[in-house]
Design a protein around this ligand. Sequence first.
Ligand code: GDP
Length: 364
Amino acid sequence: ALKVGIVGLPNVGKSTLFNAITNSKVEAANYPFATIEPNVGVVEVPDKRIDFLAEKFGSKKILRTTIEFVDIAGLIAGASKGEGLGNAFLANIRETDAICEVVRCFDDKDITHVEGSVDPIRDIQIINLELMYADEATIDKRMAKVLPKVKSNTDKDAKAEYALLEKCKQTLTDGKLLNTLELSDEENKILKGFQLLTAKPFIYVANVGDDDLAEDNKYVKEVRQFAEENNAKVVKICAKIEEDLTEASDEEKREFLKDLGANQTGLDELIQVAYQTLGLITYFTAGPQEARAWQIKQGWTAPQAAGAIHTDFEKGFIKADVYSYADFEKLGSEKAVKDAGKMRLEGKGYVVEDGDVCFFKFNR
Ligand code: GDP
Protein backbone atom coordinates (compact mmCIF):
# COMPACT_ATOMS: atom_id res chain seq x y z
CA ALA A 1 0.00 0.00 0.00
CA LEU A 2 1.08 3.56 -0.54
CA LYS A 3 2.44 5.29 2.51
CA VAL A 4 2.22 8.85 3.71
CA GLY A 5 4.65 9.88 6.46
CA ILE A 6 3.51 12.35 9.11
CA VAL A 7 6.33 14.64 10.21
CA GLY A 8 6.62 17.94 12.09
CA LEU A 9 8.20 19.59 15.11
CA PRO A 10 7.22 18.37 18.58
CA ASN A 11 3.92 19.69 20.00
CA VAL A 12 2.38 20.72 16.71
CA GLY A 13 -0.40 18.11 16.80
CA LYS A 14 1.06 15.07 15.04
CA SER A 15 -0.09 12.52 17.61
CA THR A 16 -3.48 14.16 17.84
CA LEU A 17 -3.89 13.84 14.08
CA PHE A 18 -2.58 10.29 14.09
CA ASN A 19 -5.00 9.33 16.88
CA ALA A 20 -7.82 10.84 14.90
CA ILE A 21 -6.78 8.70 11.95
CA THR A 22 -6.43 5.44 13.86
CA ASN A 23 -9.52 5.85 16.05
CA SER A 24 -11.84 7.01 13.34
CA LYS A 25 -14.22 4.96 11.30
CA VAL A 26 -12.12 5.62 8.24
CA GLU A 27 -9.59 3.19 9.62
CA ALA A 28 -9.80 0.14 7.43
CA ALA A 29 -11.56 -2.63 9.32
CA ASN A 30 -10.94 -5.36 6.79
CA TYR A 31 -7.31 -4.65 6.19
CA PRO A 32 -5.74 -8.00 5.27
CA PHE A 33 -2.59 -7.76 7.40
CA ALA A 34 -2.93 -8.92 10.95
CA THR A 35 0.04 -7.22 12.49
CA ILE A 36 0.48 -3.57 11.88
CA GLU A 37 3.10 -1.57 13.67
CA PRO A 38 1.76 0.85 16.27
CA ASN A 39 2.83 3.89 14.28
CA VAL A 40 0.97 2.83 11.15
CA GLY A 41 -2.68 3.64 10.47
CA VAL A 42 -4.50 2.27 7.44
CA VAL A 43 -7.42 4.35 6.26
CA GLU A 44 -10.14 3.83 3.72
CA VAL A 45 -10.36 6.45 1.01
CA PRO A 46 -13.82 8.05 1.22
CA ASP A 47 -15.72 7.74 -2.05
CA LYS A 48 -19.50 8.08 -2.34
CA ARG A 49 -19.53 6.54 -5.81
CA ILE A 50 -18.93 3.07 -4.45
CA ASP A 51 -21.92 3.32 -2.10
CA PHE A 52 -24.18 4.17 -5.03
CA LEU A 53 -22.81 1.31 -7.12
CA ALA A 54 -23.28 -1.14 -4.25
CA GLU A 55 -26.84 0.04 -3.70
CA LYS A 56 -27.80 -0.39 -7.37
CA PHE A 57 -26.05 -3.73 -7.79
CA GLY A 58 -27.31 -4.99 -4.43
CA SER A 59 -23.72 -5.86 -3.52
CA LYS A 60 -23.24 -7.76 -0.27
CA LYS A 61 -19.84 -6.22 0.41
CA ILE A 62 -18.18 -2.89 -0.20
CA LEU A 63 -14.41 -2.76 -0.50
CA ARG A 64 -12.72 0.61 -0.61
CA THR A 65 -9.17 1.57 -1.46
CA THR A 66 -6.75 2.33 1.36
CA ILE A 67 -3.65 4.32 2.12
CA GLU A 68 -1.29 4.12 5.07
CA PHE A 69 -0.29 6.92 7.38
CA VAL A 70 2.94 6.48 9.29
CA ASP A 71 3.56 8.57 12.39
CA ILE A 72 7.21 9.55 12.22
CA ALA A 73 7.90 11.23 15.55
CA GLY A 74 11.22 12.56 16.64
CA LEU A 75 12.42 15.04 14.09
CA ILE A 76 14.37 17.80 15.74
CA ALA A 77 16.95 20.23 14.46
CA GLY A 78 20.17 18.23 13.99
CA ALA A 79 18.53 14.96 12.91
CA SER A 80 20.54 14.89 9.68
CA LYS A 81 23.70 14.94 11.80
CA GLY A 82 22.46 11.93 13.71
CA GLU A 83 21.11 13.80 16.73
CA GLY A 84 18.10 12.48 18.57
CA LEU A 85 16.53 9.63 16.66
CA GLY A 86 18.21 11.13 13.61
CA ASN A 87 19.08 8.28 11.33
CA ALA A 88 16.29 5.91 12.26
CA PHE A 89 13.91 8.73 11.66
CA LEU A 90 15.27 9.52 8.22
CA ALA A 91 15.18 5.85 7.24
CA ASN A 92 11.48 5.82 8.14
CA ILE A 93 10.80 8.75 5.86
CA ARG A 94 12.73 7.18 3.02
CA GLU A 95 10.15 4.38 2.87
CA THR A 96 7.18 6.69 2.39
CA ASP A 97 5.65 7.84 -0.91
CA ALA A 98 4.62 11.31 0.25
CA ILE A 99 5.30 13.58 3.21
CA CYS A 100 2.57 15.13 5.30
CA GLU A 101 4.11 17.93 7.34
CA VAL A 102 2.02 19.10 10.29
CA VAL A 103 2.50 22.78 11.04
CA ARG A 104 1.24 24.53 14.16
CA CYS A 105 -1.10 27.33 13.18
CA PHE A 106 -2.90 27.74 16.53
CA ASP A 107 -2.15 30.03 19.44
CA ASP A 108 -2.38 28.41 22.85
CA LYS A 109 -0.33 29.72 25.77
CA ASP A 110 -0.72 26.43 27.61
CA ILE A 111 1.01 24.43 24.90
CA THR A 112 4.72 25.06 24.69
CA HIS A 113 6.25 25.66 21.30
CA VAL A 114 9.72 24.15 21.12
CA GLU A 115 10.98 27.23 19.31
CA GLY A 116 9.31 29.64 21.73
CA SER A 117 6.71 31.20 19.43
CA VAL A 118 4.20 30.27 16.73
CA ASP A 119 5.79 30.84 13.32
CA PRO A 120 4.79 28.26 10.70
CA ILE A 121 7.26 29.28 8.01
CA ARG A 122 10.20 29.10 10.39
CA ASP A 123 8.99 25.66 11.53
CA ILE A 124 8.70 24.47 7.94
CA GLN A 125 12.22 25.72 7.24
CA ILE A 126 13.62 23.83 10.23
CA ILE A 127 12.09 20.53 9.15
CA ASN A 128 12.81 21.00 5.47
CA LEU A 129 16.40 21.99 6.13
CA GLU A 130 17.02 18.71 7.95
CA LEU A 131 15.56 16.78 5.04
CA MET A 132 17.63 18.81 2.58
CA TYR A 133 20.84 18.15 4.56
CA ALA A 134 20.08 14.46 4.45
CA ASP A 135 19.54 14.62 0.69
CA GLU A 136 22.74 16.56 0.20
CA ALA A 137 24.67 13.85 2.02
CA THR A 138 23.04 11.18 -0.16
CA ILE A 139 23.88 13.15 -3.30
CA ASP A 140 27.52 13.73 -2.29
CA LYS A 141 28.01 10.04 -1.61
CA ARG A 142 26.47 9.11 -4.93
CA MET A 143 28.52 11.69 -6.84
CA ALA A 144 31.73 10.32 -5.38
CA LYS A 145 30.72 6.87 -6.60
CA VAL A 146 29.67 7.92 -10.09
CA LEU A 147 32.48 10.37 -10.88
CA PRO A 148 35.16 7.74 -11.61
CA LYS A 149 32.78 6.06 -14.07
CA VAL A 150 32.21 9.38 -15.83
CA LYS A 151 35.94 9.98 -16.08
CA SER A 152 36.79 6.50 -17.31
CA ASN A 153 33.88 6.46 -19.75
CA THR A 154 33.07 2.88 -18.74
CA ASP A 155 29.40 3.35 -18.07
CA LYS A 156 27.23 5.10 -20.61
CA ASP A 157 24.53 5.95 -18.05
CA ALA A 158 26.98 7.55 -15.64
CA LYS A 159 27.13 10.87 -17.47
CA ALA A 160 23.36 11.44 -17.36
CA GLU A 161 23.27 10.38 -13.75
CA TYR A 162 26.05 12.73 -12.76
CA ALA A 163 24.44 15.65 -14.59
CA LEU A 164 21.20 15.02 -12.71
CA LEU A 165 23.03 14.81 -9.39
CA GLU A 166 24.60 18.17 -10.11
CA LYS A 167 21.20 19.62 -10.91
CA CYS A 168 19.84 18.27 -7.62
CA LYS A 169 22.74 19.63 -5.65
CA GLN A 170 22.31 23.08 -7.17
CA THR A 171 18.60 23.05 -6.32
CA LEU A 172 19.37 22.29 -2.68
CA THR A 173 22.06 24.97 -2.64
CA ASP A 174 19.42 27.41 -3.89
CA GLY A 175 17.32 26.46 -0.86
CA LYS A 176 14.66 24.58 -2.82
CA LEU A 177 13.21 21.14 -2.28
CA LEU A 178 13.90 18.60 -5.02
CA ASN A 179 10.18 18.21 -5.72
CA THR A 180 10.26 21.71 -7.24
CA LEU A 181 12.54 20.48 -10.04
CA GLU A 182 11.04 20.19 -13.51
CA LEU A 183 12.45 17.04 -15.02
CA SER A 184 12.06 14.91 -18.11
CA ASP A 185 10.54 11.44 -17.79
CA GLU A 186 13.99 9.98 -18.25
CA GLU A 187 15.41 12.14 -15.43
CA ASN A 188 12.48 11.31 -13.18
CA LYS A 189 13.19 7.64 -13.65
CA ILE A 190 16.83 8.09 -12.62
CA LEU A 191 15.82 10.33 -9.71
CA LYS A 192 13.56 7.62 -8.27
CA GLY A 193 16.58 5.38 -7.82
CA PHE A 194 18.30 7.96 -5.60
CA GLN A 195 15.60 7.65 -2.89
CA LEU A 196 15.80 11.31 -1.97
CA LEU A 197 13.51 12.66 0.74
CA THR A 198 12.67 16.08 -0.66
CA ALA A 199 11.89 14.65 -4.09
CA LYS A 200 8.70 13.21 -2.60
CA PRO A 201 5.48 15.20 -2.83
CA PHE A 202 4.71 17.37 0.24
CA ILE A 203 1.38 18.14 1.86
CA TYR A 204 1.38 20.79 4.57
CA VAL A 205 -1.26 20.25 7.24
CA ALA A 206 -2.09 23.59 8.83
CA ASN A 207 -3.32 22.67 12.29
CA VAL A 208 -5.64 25.40 13.57
CA GLY A 209 -7.90 25.96 16.56
CA ASP A 210 -11.63 25.29 16.09
CA ASP A 211 -12.40 29.02 15.79
CA ASP A 212 -10.19 29.30 12.70
CA LEU A 213 -11.77 26.59 10.58
CA ALA A 214 -14.18 28.92 8.80
CA GLU A 215 -11.62 31.53 7.84
CA ASP A 216 -7.88 31.26 7.36
CA ASN A 217 -5.91 32.95 10.12
CA LYS A 218 -2.66 34.74 9.33
CA TYR A 219 -0.57 31.60 9.90
CA VAL A 220 -2.61 29.56 7.45
CA LYS A 221 -2.31 32.31 4.85
CA GLU A 222 1.46 32.19 5.21
CA VAL A 223 1.50 28.43 4.80
CA ARG A 224 -0.72 28.62 1.70
CA GLN A 225 1.58 31.21 0.14
CA PHE A 226 4.65 29.11 0.90
CA ALA A 227 3.06 25.97 -0.50
CA GLU A 228 2.03 27.72 -3.67
CA GLU A 229 5.59 28.87 -4.28
CA ASN A 230 6.89 25.39 -3.55
CA ASN A 231 4.68 23.12 -5.56
CA ALA A 232 2.93 21.66 -2.51
CA LYS A 233 -0.62 21.20 -1.24
CA VAL A 234 -2.21 22.52 1.96
CA VAL A 235 -4.94 20.98 4.07
CA LYS A 236 -6.35 23.00 6.94
CA ILE A 237 -7.42 20.88 9.84
CA CYS A 238 -8.27 21.14 13.52
CA ALA A 239 -6.61 17.97 14.75
CA LYS A 240 -8.21 18.28 18.17
CA ILE A 241 -11.73 18.36 16.74
CA GLU A 242 -10.95 15.48 14.41
CA GLU A 243 -9.85 13.51 17.46
CA ASP A 244 -13.01 14.48 19.38
CA LEU A 245 -15.18 13.56 16.40
CA THR A 246 -13.90 10.03 15.97
CA GLU A 247 -16.83 8.64 17.97
CA ALA A 248 -19.49 10.74 16.27
CA SER A 249 -21.85 9.50 13.55
CA ASP A 250 -21.52 10.89 10.05
CA GLU A 251 -24.58 13.02 10.58
CA GLU A 252 -23.38 14.45 13.88
CA LYS A 253 -20.08 15.21 12.23
CA ARG A 254 -21.69 17.06 9.36
CA GLU A 255 -23.85 19.15 11.70
CA PHE A 256 -20.95 19.98 13.91
CA LEU A 257 -18.67 20.97 11.06
CA LYS A 258 -21.36 23.07 9.43
CA ASP A 259 -21.64 25.07 12.63
CA LEU A 260 -17.92 25.70 12.45
CA GLY A 261 -18.08 26.70 8.79
CA ALA A 262 -16.30 23.66 7.35
CA ASN A 263 -17.90 21.43 4.72
CA GLN A 264 -16.11 18.14 5.26
CA THR A 265 -13.83 16.72 7.89
CA GLY A 266 -10.22 17.76 7.53
CA LEU A 267 -9.35 14.10 7.75
CA ASP A 268 -11.43 13.21 4.70
CA GLU A 269 -9.88 16.08 2.83
CA LEU A 270 -6.39 15.03 3.85
CA ILE A 271 -7.00 11.48 2.66
CA GLN A 272 -8.33 12.72 -0.66
CA VAL A 273 -5.49 15.17 -1.19
CA ALA A 274 -2.96 12.47 -0.32
CA TYR A 275 -4.60 10.16 -2.84
CA GLN A 276 -4.34 12.75 -5.60
CA THR A 277 -0.84 13.75 -4.60
CA LEU A 278 0.28 10.15 -4.97
CA GLY A 279 -1.04 10.22 -8.55
CA LEU A 280 -3.70 7.63 -7.81
CA ILE A 281 -7.05 7.13 -9.47
CA THR A 282 -9.89 4.69 -8.83
CA TYR A 283 -11.77 2.33 -11.06
CA PHE A 284 -14.61 0.05 -9.95
CA THR A 285 -15.83 -3.48 -10.33
CA ALA A 286 -19.34 -4.22 -9.19
CA GLY A 287 -21.70 -7.17 -8.88
CA PRO A 288 -24.09 -8.80 -6.42
CA GLN A 289 -21.20 -10.23 -4.37
CA GLU A 290 -19.17 -7.07 -3.93
CA ALA A 291 -18.63 -3.55 -5.13
CA ARG A 292 -14.99 -2.75 -5.09
CA ALA A 293 -12.78 0.26 -5.67
CA TRP A 294 -9.35 -0.41 -7.15
CA GLN A 295 -6.40 1.89 -6.75
CA ILE A 296 -4.19 2.40 -9.79
CA LYS A 297 -1.72 4.96 -11.04
CA GLN A 298 -2.81 7.58 -13.49
CA GLY A 299 -1.90 6.48 -17.01
CA TRP A 300 -2.22 2.75 -16.49
CA THR A 301 -3.59 0.74 -19.41
CA ALA A 302 -6.47 -1.72 -19.10
CA PRO A 303 -4.20 -4.79 -18.72
CA GLN A 304 -2.17 -3.05 -16.00
CA ALA A 305 -5.36 -2.04 -14.23
CA ALA A 306 -6.62 -5.62 -14.48
CA GLY A 307 -3.33 -6.69 -12.92
CA ALA A 308 -4.33 -4.81 -9.75
CA ILE A 309 -6.97 -7.53 -9.27
CA HIS A 310 -4.79 -10.47 -10.15
CA THR A 311 -1.57 -10.91 -12.14
CA ASP A 312 -3.36 -13.56 -14.26
CA PHE A 313 -5.80 -10.88 -15.38
CA GLU A 314 -2.92 -8.86 -16.77
CA LYS A 315 -1.19 -11.79 -18.46
CA GLY A 316 -4.34 -13.19 -20.03
CA PHE A 317 -6.07 -9.89 -20.76
CA ILE A 318 -8.31 -9.97 -23.84
CA LYS A 319 -10.63 -7.00 -23.56
CA ALA A 320 -12.80 -5.08 -21.13
CA ASP A 321 -16.35 -3.79 -20.94
CA VAL A 322 -16.06 -0.23 -19.67
CA TYR A 323 -18.45 2.57 -18.83
CA SER A 324 -18.05 5.68 -16.77
CA TYR A 325 -19.49 6.06 -13.29
CA ALA A 326 -20.99 9.40 -14.37
CA ASP A 327 -23.14 7.60 -16.97
CA PHE A 328 -24.14 4.97 -14.43
CA GLU A 329 -25.22 7.60 -11.95
CA LYS A 330 -27.28 9.34 -14.61
CA LEU A 331 -28.91 6.18 -15.97
CA GLY A 332 -29.21 4.12 -12.79
CA SER A 333 -28.38 0.60 -13.99
CA GLU A 334 -25.93 -1.33 -16.09
CA LYS A 335 -28.70 -2.32 -18.46
CA ALA A 336 -29.70 1.30 -19.01
CA VAL A 337 -26.06 2.19 -19.65
CA LYS A 338 -25.85 -0.58 -22.23
CA ASP A 339 -29.14 0.38 -23.90
CA ALA A 340 -27.96 3.96 -24.18
CA GLY A 341 -24.84 2.74 -26.00
CA LYS A 342 -22.55 3.96 -23.25
CA MET A 343 -20.84 0.66 -22.61
CA ARG A 344 -17.63 0.34 -24.62
CA LEU A 345 -15.44 -2.57 -25.53
CA GLU A 346 -11.84 -1.58 -24.88
CA GLY A 347 -8.62 -3.33 -25.84
CA LYS A 348 -5.05 -3.57 -24.55
CA GLY A 349 -4.11 0.01 -25.37
CA TYR A 350 -6.95 1.63 -23.44
CA VAL A 351 -5.85 3.98 -20.64
CA VAL A 352 -8.20 3.59 -17.69
CA GLU A 353 -9.79 6.76 -16.34
CA ASP A 354 -10.86 7.70 -12.85
CA GLY A 355 -14.41 6.48 -12.27
CA ASP A 356 -14.42 3.78 -14.94
CA VAL A 357 -16.50 0.71 -14.14
CA CYS A 358 -14.75 -2.28 -15.68
CA PHE A 359 -15.46 -5.89 -16.45
CA PHE A 360 -12.40 -7.74 -17.71
CA LYS A 361 -12.32 -10.70 -20.05
CA PHE A 362 -9.23 -12.80 -19.95
CA ASN A 363 -7.69 -16.18 -20.83
CA ARG A 364 -6.96 -18.45 -17.92
P1 GDP B 1 3.00 16.21 18.64
O1 GDP B 1 4.13 16.37 19.60
O2 GDP B 1 3.27 16.95 17.36
O3 GDP B 1 2.58 14.82 18.42
O4 GDP B 1 1.78 17.03 19.28
P2 GDP B 1 0.49 16.52 20.05
O5 GDP B 1 -0.46 15.91 19.11
O6 GDP B 1 0.89 15.71 21.23
O7 GDP B 1 -0.13 17.90 20.51
C1 GDP B 1 0.53 18.75 21.43
C2 GDP B 1 -0.51 19.47 22.24
O8 GDP B 1 -1.25 20.37 21.39
C3 GDP B 1 -1.53 18.55 22.87
O9 GDP B 1 -1.80 19.03 24.18
C4 GDP B 1 -2.76 18.70 21.97
O10 GDP B 1 -3.96 18.50 22.68
C5 GDP B 1 -2.62 20.15 21.52
N1 GDP B 1 -3.27 20.37 20.23
C6 GDP B 1 -3.22 19.60 19.12
N2 GDP B 1 -3.96 20.14 18.12
C7 GDP B 1 -4.50 21.27 18.63
C8 GDP B 1 -5.36 22.28 18.11
O11 GDP B 1 -5.79 22.24 16.97
N3 GDP B 1 -5.67 23.34 18.95
C9 GDP B 1 -5.19 23.43 20.22
N4 GDP B 1 -5.51 24.47 20.98
N5 GDP B 1 -4.40 22.49 20.74
C10 GDP B 1 -4.05 21.43 19.98
